[in-house]
Design a protein around this ligand. Structure first.
Ligand code: ZN
Length: 89
């Protein structure tokens, strides 16, 4: 489910800016509810035409982190951050 933040009516396209809801979601590994945001990444998707014009959706997708110490989900995000810094040095 998405929350529409803004709808801009352009000449050739209808641009919708949307984000995922702020509500907590369960960790896929341990099922603990989390709303701890690690960061956002943007995605642009082209939707079905509206009134014969192109509809473009800008999505802000949250990346969540599990608050439970030792959870595989949390360890995974730390490992990937470490391997990235190793590659740049
Ligand atoms: Zn977890």
């Amino acid at each position: 489910m998405l929350v529409a933040e803004d709808v801009a009516d352009g000449r050739d396209a209808v641009v919708v800016t949307a984000r995922t809801p702020v509500a907590a979601v369960p960790c896929p590994v341990c099922r603990t509810l989390t709303a701890k945001v690690h960061g956002y990444h943007g995605r642009t998707v082209t939707d079905v035409p509206v009134d014969g014009r192109q509809a473009v959706d800008h999505l802000r997708v949250r990346r969540l982190v599990c608050p439970v110490l030792g959870c595989r989900r949390q360890i995974c995000s730390r490992l990937s951050a470490g391997s990235r810094s190793q590659m740049s040095s």
